[in-house]
Design a binder for this molecule. Structure first.
Ligand code: SAH
Length: 217
């Protein structure tokens, strides 16, 4: 590992930043430590892989900011037996982190190119419990429902009803909600026998959740 030189220092600083910003869940910190973000960014951004910021990936999309990945992973309160649905595979990084914390991850991406790259990366880093599906995530993955946890990693203007329907009892769903070029918040939705509760967590900035499977590659 010492041959990575400066990358090791940056990786150490990366973990310290997450702790300093309030991530305290040891399993989440371990997953963030173990998943090599440099394998999920574009080659030209390798040197920036451990900066705490979102970076461009192909198809005009972004790999999320590490703090937000850790924060959402922590807020999902994952247990090892959970089945998780992610909407917006993108680079596959968030799915890789989730794969360390749950039994199974189904991740839906509307761009075939992104889905294929993500599959290759996930295979290369040994995340064998993630299935990447090409399709419209607004419809969820009805054939695989219900899910104990649902995480949406693109900003929705309203809560997609199909996702609510596919959330198991006692399930938690997190999604960035808000206008595409305005203020967005992570919203937490908890489903229980008593009904559905909803509260606002941190302010964020995500690329839009767009309807339909992408026609371009
Ligand atoms: N979780 C990703 C972040 C991806 S950015 C990561 O860790 O890298 C958001 C992604 O959501 C983009 O790849 C975008 O193409 C995808 N997306 C947007 N609308 C979608 C939809 N309706 N269904 C599936 N994916 C969607």
């Amino acid at each position: 590992m010492s041959s990575r030189g400066g990358q090791d220092d940056r990786h150490m600083e990366f973990l310290l930043t997450l702790r300093r910003r309030g991530i305290g869940d040891q399993a989440v910190l371990r997953a963030m430590d173990e998943i090599p973000r440099e394998r999920f960014v574009e080659l030209e951004f390798t040197d920036n892989a451990y900066d705490d910021r979102a970076l461009p990936i192909c198809c005009g999309q972004t790999i999320s900011q590490p703090y937000v990945v850790a924060y959402m992973s922590e807020q999902l309160q994952l247990r090892p037996h959970h089945r998780v649905l992610e909407i917006g595979t993108g680079s596959g990084y968030q799915a890789a982190v989730l794969s360390r914390l749950a039994r199974e991850v189904v991740s839906v991406e509307r761009y075939r190119t992104l889905a294929e790259h993500a599959r290759e990366r996930l295979r290369a880093v040994g995340c064998s419990n993630v299935e990447v599906v090409v399709g419209d995530g607004m419809l969820g993955a009805p054939g695989r429902a219900p899910f104990d946890r649902i995480i949406v990693t693109a900003a929705a203007e309203t809560v997609p009803q199909a996702l609510l329907d596919q959330l198991a009892d006692d399930g938690i769903m997190l999604l960035p909600l808000g206008p595409h070029d305005g203020p967005q918040h992570i919203v937490r939705i908890v489903k229980s026998a008593a009904g559905v509760t909803r509260d606002n967590l941190i302010a964020v900035r995500f690329v839009p959740l767009s309807p339909g499977q992408a026609q371009e590659l």
